[in-house]
Each structure stands twice: as structure tokens, then as C-alpha cells.
Design a protein around this ligand. Structure first.
Ligand SMILES: [Zn+2]
Length: 634
């Protein structure tokens, strides 16, 4: 089956001696080797084994048996029908052969029974490995990458050609499980193309979703690869130092851990030895029955066997760490080999990335942040210092800003257009509303709109009110008027006064309006004028005569009342006296004025004077007559 090599004619046997001085010689069959290299590359390109088989068949590339037949080599199986029918099994064998790596492995099967010649496959630890025993046709890294890629079973989703190339690269940071790909087809479109932790929602397991969208993940991977490559090319020295430091730290820790475990295991192993010894002694002296002895012995044996296995494993790890140091130069070569990182091709992905550890994300939408730890081939986990900004990132940043600005501008323009249209519609609507041309439905709609507006505004007011501190309650003007001065703050008093003044002004204005609305009343003559007229014998209207009479009666009654009170009340007496004094003074003044006027030649005054004298005379005669009559009677 070793079909890319040909034996020299003298040794057609398929056995190779373990002695290095063996005469057998291996030569590379270049034609076959080209096909093998191509198959490995196709796997690195992310193709499935079945896909590769289809391609090879379509290109009419002969299967190994056919190839041997054509070049005249001994063929084991020649019962095939189709010389181009590549199978997944054949490819599987090719892809895992260590010989392509230059490694010869012997003792892959062992004969168990020399009579029946039945054989069985051996475990790796039973085989003999000779590194570099045969010329290699595949480089070590490709070979290992292919083995790693083939470890994960990838399911091709329905209605899709190939499984996602990221499957198998992603690991959950919390539970360590691989992430699985999800893809839902909704109305002819793939949505929710993403990875989630395979233990999320799994029965009996408990992990969170660890959701990461494929598109974003690919962008992140590409940028991580771009970043590290740029860093390697531009700061090679620094890169080397950092990787050394990080890897030695990691190794130290792991080695320390491993050593500790080995020491503990050794201790327990010795303990178990002692226990077994005691067990034998107890059994020999008859202290321990045979039944218990065999059970305990079996248990101890089992534990010891397990410990031995673990110790071998740890020791192996320790040896490996010492031997397998970080292969930095290989990574540097890789980073320098590629020149175009503009897109994430499957070979780039598979050559650079060993695995990615996905942490649980935080936040939603644009705020979502998720940590990804990248493990690169050759160097393991590595992070370019955060302060380094590569030209590609600067370019990307600039592009994003431009895009954002463009987007904003576009949306602003659209918003302006929408607003103009809305305004135009409203204008037309208002015009129709004013003209009363609205249909009943439109009217109802408009009322609903207004109602909604009012409700909204009320709500806003309430909200504003609720947000402000509560003011002390303002007392109403009515309450203030009732209290009237007592217990008012200066501010309240001012308010009340202002209110009253306003009311008074309003009332005055009202009165003026009322007055101006009524016809003007005839001028009423004063009581003084009336009295003078009556004295002069001038005619008075009936109403005027009544007024005068009523006035005089009031005066008389008041005088009488005062006189009556003056008899008992000294205050009233004083008032009466004062009134009398005033009256006599007034009479005196008016007489003097009358004399003066009469002397000055005022006819009216003279007439009054005459009347006064006549009245005095008459008074005198009446008095005299009354006295004479009184004397006669007596
Ligand atoms: Zn998980």
C-alpha cells in the first residue's frame, strides 16, 4: 500500500530490516507524491474527504492499485471495477500514514497465534518508530495540521455543500467542550449563522450558551492573524522575546504541576506496597480470611496499576516539554510566507490557528464584548501588545469612520425628506380641515390624534411634576380673605392686596360703564339753595319741598333728642352747648354779612334786612299783646 515509493528491483519485499545498514533503498515516485501532496493540501483548504474523492474521480486520477499496475509494480488488489473510484477509506489511509512524514513504523500488527496466523493491530506503544527512515514528502506541520483537522467530525448542514471550516477550532472557555455550528434557514436566507457551546442545553450538562456569530468570529480571526503577522515582520526581536517569556512561564507552571503530581503518585505507590505487605502477613497468620484478602489485594492492585499508568503519562509529558520547545522560527517563516491577508482563506486559517477559546459574551447589541483567546500553531497562545496599531487596523478604523459618516449623512438626508413630506401632508390636511372637507373617518382619526396628544402632554406634565420636589400648597385667595390679615405671610398679604386693588379697579370701571350707559340725571339743587329759595318765597317743586321739610324735621328731631339727653348726660349737654354757640356765631356772621351787603347796596340783602326788621317788629308786638292779655286774665 506504500504507493508513492518504489523498491529497487533487487528487493521487492515489503519488509524492512531494523538494521540501518540494510541494503533496501526508498525512492520517491514523484507522480504519486504529487497526488499525495495535493490531497493533503485539499484537506488544509477545508475540503471534506468525500469532496476530495469526487474531485479526483472527476479529474480521472487513477487510484493507487491502478497506478501501481500502470508502472508495473506488484498489486495486492486487482479486483476493482472503476480505476478512478476513489473512496473515503483509501483517502483516510493516505492521510494518516506516518511514512509521508519520513517516519517508518514497524510492528503495526502482531501475530497472536502461529497456528491460525490470526493477527491483531498493535497499540502505539508496541510499535517501533524510525524517524527519518524514509524520505518525507509532506512537511511535518501540514501532516500534524491534517491530523488535527481530521480529529473533529464535521457535519455538513442540510442544503449546504461543506461543513463550516471553523468547526473543531473553537472551544468553550468555561467547560472546555467544542463549540457547535448552528445555521437556520428562514425564508430562503441563512440567519443566525453562529457557534454555541455544545454543552449548552445538553441533558445532564450545565454550561452557558457562549454564542458567537460566525461572521464576527471570522473577522476577529482575520484581524488577529493580520496583527500577529504584521508584528512578526516589523518587530521580530520583540516578538521572539515575548513568545519565549510566555512559553517558558507556561512550561514552568505545567512542569511544576506535573512534577508535583508525580511525587504524590510515587508516595501513594509506596504506601500501597506497604499495605500489600501487611495484607500478606495478616493472611499468613490467619488474621484475615482468604475471601477478604483477595478482594483487598485486587483493589490495591488496580489502584497501583492506575497510578503507574498516570505516572508514565506525566513523565512522557515532562519529556516532551523538554524536547518540544516552541518552534518560533517556523511561525516566523509562516508569517513571512504569506503576503496577502486581505481575506481569511481556509489554508491561512488552518496554518495559523491551532484553536480558539471562546469566553461568554457580555452586553447586548453594539455594547456586546466577548473575549477570544487565540492559540496559534507553533507558538500557542499569544497576544500582540495592545498598544500596537497596525497600518491595516488604522486603515480599517478610517474606513469604518468614513462609512459611519456616510451612513449618518444618508440617514439625515432621508430624515429631512421624510420630514418635508410629512409637513406637506399636514399642510394639505389642515387646509382641508379648515375648509371642512374631512371625511368622517378622517375627522374621527384627527380627534383621536388630538386626544392622544392631550393625554401625552398630560403625562409629560405629570412626569415633570413628579420629578420636581413638592411645593408647599398655595392658599387660595378666598381663604386669605377669610383670614384677613391674621396669620398671613408677607407674600400672601401682598397677593391679597394686589387682588383687592384689581377687584376695586374692575368694580370702578364697571360702575363707570354703568353710569355712562344711563341717561344723565337732572341736577339736584342742594338743601342750602332750597332753604334760601323758600326764604325768598321762590317756588319749589313738590319733591323739593318734601326734601326740605324732611330735612328740617330730621334736624328738629335731632335737636330735641339732644336736648332730652342733655338733661341727664353731661357729654350731650356739652355738645348741645357747643351747637348753640356755633349757631349763634353763624347767625351773627350771616347778619353781619347781610348788613354789609345791604350797606353796599345789594337789593337782595336790603330786602332780607327789611324782612328781618318786619319780623322782629311783629314778634315784639305779639309779645306785648300776649303780656297784656295775660295781665287782664290775672
Ligand atoms: Zn461550555
Amino acid at each position: 500500500m506504500l504507493w508513492h515509493r518504489e523498491y529497487t528491483r533487487e528487493s521487492s519485499h515489503l519488509r524492512v530490516s531494523e538494521r540501518p545498514e540494510n541494503k533496501q533503498r526508498w525512492i520517491i515516485d514523484e507522480e504519486a507524491a504529487a497526488v499525495v501532496r495535493r490531497i493533503f493540501q485539499m484537506v488544509m483548504d477545508g475540503q471534506s474527504v468525500n469532496g476530495i474523492a469526487r474531485t479526483l474521480r472527476a479529474e480521472q486520477i487513477p487510484i493507487p492499485s491502478e497506478h501501481w499496475k500502470r508502472i508495473g509494480c506488484p498489486v495486492r488488489a486487482n479486483s476493482y471495477r472503476d480505476p478512478y473510484a476513489w473512496s473515503a477509506t483509501t483517502l483516510g489511509y493516505i492521510l494518516k500514514r506516518p511514512e509521508y512524514l519520513g517516519r517508518k513504523v514497524l510492528g503495526k500488527t502482531v501475530c497472536e497465534n502461529y497456528k491460525t496466523k490470526s493477527t491483531r493491530r498493535t497499540m502505539p506503544e508496541e510499535q517501533f518508530v524510525f524517524e527519518g527512515a524514509v524520505p518525507a514528502i509532506i512537511d511535518e506541520e501540514t501532516w500534524h495540521n491534517v491530523q488535527r483537522l481530521r480529529e473533529t467530525k464535521r457535519r455538513t448542514p442540510k442544503r449546504s455543500n461543506a461543513p463550516n471550516r471553523l468547526t473543531g477550532l473553537l472551544y468553550c472557555a468555561d467547560c472546555g467542550a467544542k463549540l457547535t455550528h448552528h445555521n437556520s434557514l428562514v425564508q430562503g436566507k441563512y440567519i443566525d449563522d453562529a457557534f454555541t457551546c455544545s454543552r449548552y442545553r445538553a441533558p445532564m450538562e450545565d454550561c452557558t450558551i457562549h454564542y458567537v456569530a460566525t461572521q464576527k468570529l471570522e473577522a476577529a480571526i482575520l484581524s488577529a492573524i493580520q496583527r500577529i503577522s504584521w508584528y512578526v515582520r516589523n518587530n521580530e526581536q520583540e516578538f521572539v522575546q515575548r513568545v519565549r517569556k510566555a512559553s517558558s512561564l507556561r512550561q514552568e507552571e505545567a512542569v511544576k504541576d506535573c512534577r508535583k503530581q508525580i511525587v504524590q503518585a510515587k508516595k501513594r505507590h509506596a504506601e500501597l506496597d506497604g499495605l500489600v505487605k501487611k495484607l500478606y502477613e495478616a493472611n499468613a497468620t490467619g488474621k484475615l480470611p482468604d475471601k477478604h484478602f483477595s478482594r483487598l489485594l485486587a483493589e490495591y492492585d488496580e489502584e497501583q496499576a492506575a497510578l503507574e499508568a498516570s505516572m508514565t503519562e506525566w513523565q512522557g509529558l515532562l519529556d516532551n516539554w523538554n524536547a518540544d520547545r516552541v518552534r518560533m522560527t517556523e511561525f516566523i517563516d509562516l508569517a513571512k510566507r504569506y503576503t496577502d491577508f486581505s481575506e481569511l482563506t481556509t489554508p491561512i486559517l488552518n496554518e495559523f490557528i491551532e484553536k480558539i477559546v471562546v469566553h461568554e459574551g457580555n452586553g447586548r447589541g453594539k455594547q456586546r464584548r466577548q473575549r477570544l483567546d487565540f492559540y496559534f500553531n507553533f507558538i500557542g497562545a499569544f497576544e500582540v501588545p495592545a498598544d500596537i496599531v497596525t497600518p491595516m487596523e488604522q486603515e480599517e478604523e478610517r474606513r469604518q469612520q468614513e462609512e459611519q459618516a456616510e451612513k449618518e449623512e444618508r440617514s439625515q438626508v432621508l430624515a429631512q425628506v421624510r420630514y418635508e413630506r410629512y409637513k406637506q401632508e399636514r399642510r394639505e390636511f389642515t387646509a382641508r380641515k379648515r375648509a371642512g372637507l374631512l371625511t368622517p373617518e378622517e375627522q374621527a382619526e384627527e380627534e383621536r390624534r388630538l386626544e392622544r396628544n392631550r393625554a401625552y402632554q398630560q403625562k409629560q406634565r405629570d412626569k415633570k411634576k413628579a420629578s420636581q420636589p413638592e411645593k408647599p400648597r398655595k392658599r387660595s385667595l378666598k381663604e386669605l380673605a377669610k383670614l384677613d390679615g391674621a396669620d398671613l405671610t408677607p407674600e400672601e398679604a401682598e397677593r391679597l392686596a394686589a387682588h383687592r386693588q384689581k377687584k376695586a379697579e374692575q368694580h370702578k370701571a364697571w360702575r363707570d360703564r354703568q353710569k355712562s350707559a344711563q341717561p344723565p340725571k337732572p341736577q339736584q339743587r342742594t338743601l342750602k339753595e332750597l332753604a334760601r329759595c323758600a326764604e325768598a318765597g321762590l317756588p319749589l317743586t313738590l319733591e323739593e319741598a318734601e326734601r326740605l321739610e324732611a330735612h328740617r324735621n330730621r334736624k328738629k328731631a335731632a335737636l330735641q333728642d339732644l336736648k332730652a339727653r342733655a338733661e341727664t348726660d353731661p357729654v350731650a349737654a356739652a355738645e348741645l352747648a357747643q351747637q348753640r354757640a356755633q349757631q349763634s356765631e353763624a347767625v351773627k356772621k350771616s347778619r353781619q354779612k347781610m348788613y354789609a351787603d345791604a350797606a353796599a347796596g345789594d337789593p337782595e340783602a336790603q330786602a332780607r334786612y327789611e324782612r328781618m326788621l318786619a319780623a322782629r317788629r311783629e314778634n315784639y308786638h305779639r309779645k306785648k299783646q300776649a303780656e297784656a292779655e295775660a295781665a287782664q286774665v290775672s
